[in-house]
Design a protein around this ligand. Structure first.
Ligand SMILES: Nc1ncnc2c1ncn2[C@@H]1O[C@H](COP(=O)(O)OP(=O)(O)OP(=O)(O)O)[C@@H](O)[C@H]1O
Ligand code: SF4
Ligand SMILES: [Mg+2]
Length: 383
């Protein structure tokens, strides 16, 4: 009899976020600060990221993406929930163990100029984290390591003596990435890593991130409002609305068949490279702006703008994130009926009239960027 090989249990994800909430107090008062409410920037997010994979997080400006990233790194204290990194609850740590785990999670920021100290040259910027963590093995070792880092991000060693303002936007982002990988992290949180860059440069930086992931076995959380970038590099995409995830799916599934009305609206705003399809592309416009996270709508938070809203369930009952297909999670009471065409959408004008708001011309505003003009299916060219 042939022995049946024991099944290898699936490896734990590198990062698990469970019921994460970050609420910022709103203070008022002339002499004594009173808390008069809370901004619910992140309001109950669950997600996990497999080792070596990329999770893309998208959503409108102000929906809580950066706050989520910062809470994972404990740059802001979560109000509730857990962040479990490589099996360890980050909140349970302090002192040296917290420093060690922080070294293993690094961030690349949206604004490379703002996040690099203008008074430090590249050598100093790159050696600082090594010194701070006692890494590098002496002066010689650190110099060697810095050269390797520069090489990894495609910058010449002549860059060492120069200052951030002497570089182009793309080069500065390369310095930001070099600084983030200097400590050999396992997880890189890239918060809008390319949105400040020209389209052609965006592609180079995205390609660099991909190359580094392959070479160094990195795991990524990429935050972006550029759907083209997220699609290109993500294994799994999560769509966020007003502090919560409304849909999560493998990238190709989400782009092929978004099921949540908000995701559908986002995708419908993306131009298609095929001119014939583009001509007939139906755009879902949204009524009104993103409501305030200090006073989110009752029931389904999207009900004030949703073309498929059904009275009164959508207004009263909070939908749960449930599985509609393999690894495809959606939080909408009517996702099946919408998918099957049983429910028809109302026009943005009708929704706006019911809600007493105006229709936004683009539907998703900040979600659109120059890169989308390339079309989401256009491959990002390697340079
Ligand atoms: N330190 C803070 N104190 C109070 N409110 C905050 C703080 N940081 C963020 N917020 C609020 O939390 C909400 C979410 O902000 P966040 O920056 O996480 O959104 P975002 O999705 O990253 O937006 P963008 O795409 O514009 O970067 C916003 O309403 C913002 O004003
Ligand atoms: S639950 Fe209702 S309001 Fe919310 S997305 Fe679904 S149909 Fe729209
Ligand atoms: Mg942000």
């Amino acid at each position: 009899m042939t022995a049946v090989p024991a099944e290898t249990p699936p490896a734990d994800p590198l990062l698990r976020v469970e019921g994460l909430q970050v609420h910022f107090p709103i203070k008022r008062g002339l002499f004594v600060d009173r808390t008069v409410g809370h901004v619910r920037a992140v309001d109950g997010v669950d997600l996990s990221i497999e080792r070596g994979s990329t999770y893309g997080l998208v959503g409108e400006s102000g929906c809580g993406k950066s706050t989520l990233g910062r809470a994972v790194l404990r740059l802001v204290e979560p109000t509730a929930g857990r962040v479990v990194f490589d099996g360890t609850d980050v909140a349970s740590l302090s002192g040296e163990p917290l420093r060690t785990i922080r070294r293993r999670m690094q961030m690349v920021f949206q604004d490379p100029l703002g996040s690099l100290d203008p008074r430090q040259n590249v050598e100093s910027l790159l050696s600082e984290p090594l010194h701070a963590h006692g890494l590098g093995g002496g002066k010689q070792g650190i110099a060697e390591r810095i050269r390797t880092l520069l090489d990894a991000v495609g910058l010449p060693s002549a860059a060492l003596r120069r200052y951030p303002h002497e570089f182009s936007g793309g080069q500065r982002q390369r310095i930001g990435i070099a600084r983030a990988i200097a400590l050999e992290p396992d997880l890189l949180i890239a918060d809008e890593p390319v949105s400040a860059l020209d389209v052609s440069v965006q592609a180079q930086v995205v390609n660099l991130l991909e190359e580094l992931q392959e070479r160094l076995g990195l795991t990524y959380l990429v935050i972006a409002h550029d759907l083209a970038v997220v699609k290109h590099i993500s294994d799994v995409v999560g769509v966020m609305y007003l502090g919560s995830l409304v849909e999560q799916a493998p990238s190709e599934v989400l782009y092929a068949e978004p099921l949540h009305p908000y995701s559908r609206a986002l995708m419908s705003a993306v131009p298609v490279p095929d001119p014939v399809v583009e001509e007939t592309r139906e755009r879902i416009l949204l009524a009104g702006d993103l409501p305030s996270p200090a006073n989110p709508p009752s029931g389904c938070r999207f009900h004030t703008r949703c073309p498929w809203r059904q009275e009164t369930r959508c207004d009263d009952e909070v939908p749960v994130l449930r599985e509609l297909g393999p690894a495809h999670l959606v939080s909408c009471h009517w996702a099946e009926e919408i998918r099957d065409g049983v429910l028809r959408p109302r026009s943005a004008e009708e929704v706006a009239a019911t809600m007493g708001v105006s229709v936004r011309p683009t539907g998703v505003g900040d979600i659109e960027s120059d890169a989308l003009v390339q079309g989401i299916d256009a491959p990002i060219e390697r340079t």
